[in-house]
Ligand binder design. Structure first.
Ligand SMILES: [Zn+2]
Ligand SMILES: [Zn+2]
Length: 131
């Protein structure tokens, strides 16, 4: 099906990587490293991966934002992709229809957290992850 003209014009090119997106991605990566102190937020191992909670394809102010990310090791990152239901339950994955990923608690090795957009987190009652 051909896209209607207006929709086609509004449709972002998947190749296009806006300069401000690059800047925000860099800032988000840095904030995430500070939040995690380099430790995997799933298991406490060595963190290597910037893992999006809500798919990166949603382009809004939280696309590249610490509230929408977990710093994971490769094993935990892969686990999340291989176990989507459990990943959803612990807030590692958030629905693409969630406007504000930060409102969904994330279960990490250190407990349950509400992750803010500045790279901080508020601890909530409940048990942490023990994969
Ligand atoms: Zn891990
Ligand atoms: Zn955010």
């Amino acid at each position: 099906m051909r896209w209607p003209r207006v929709v086609a014009a509004a449709r972002p090119s998947s190749r296009y990587w806006a300069p401000d997106t690059r800047v925000r991605a860099t800032a988000a990566r840095e904030a995430l490293r500070k939040r995690s102190r380099g430790r995997c937020e799933g298991c406490g191992g060595s963190a290597t991966d910037y893992s999006h909670r809500r798919t990166v394809s949603i382009r809004d102010e939280h696309q590249w934002c610490p509230c929408n990310a977990l710093h994971l090791c490769r094993t935990c990152h892969r686990w999340a992709h291989d176990n989507p239901e459990q990943a959803r339950e612990r807030g590692w994955h958030v629905s693409r229809y969630e406007n504000n990923p930060g409102t969904v608690p994330a279960v990490t090795i250190a407990g349950r957290f509400i992750l803010d957009c500045e790279g901080g987190g508020s601890h909530l009652p409940g048990v942490g992850a023990n994969r």
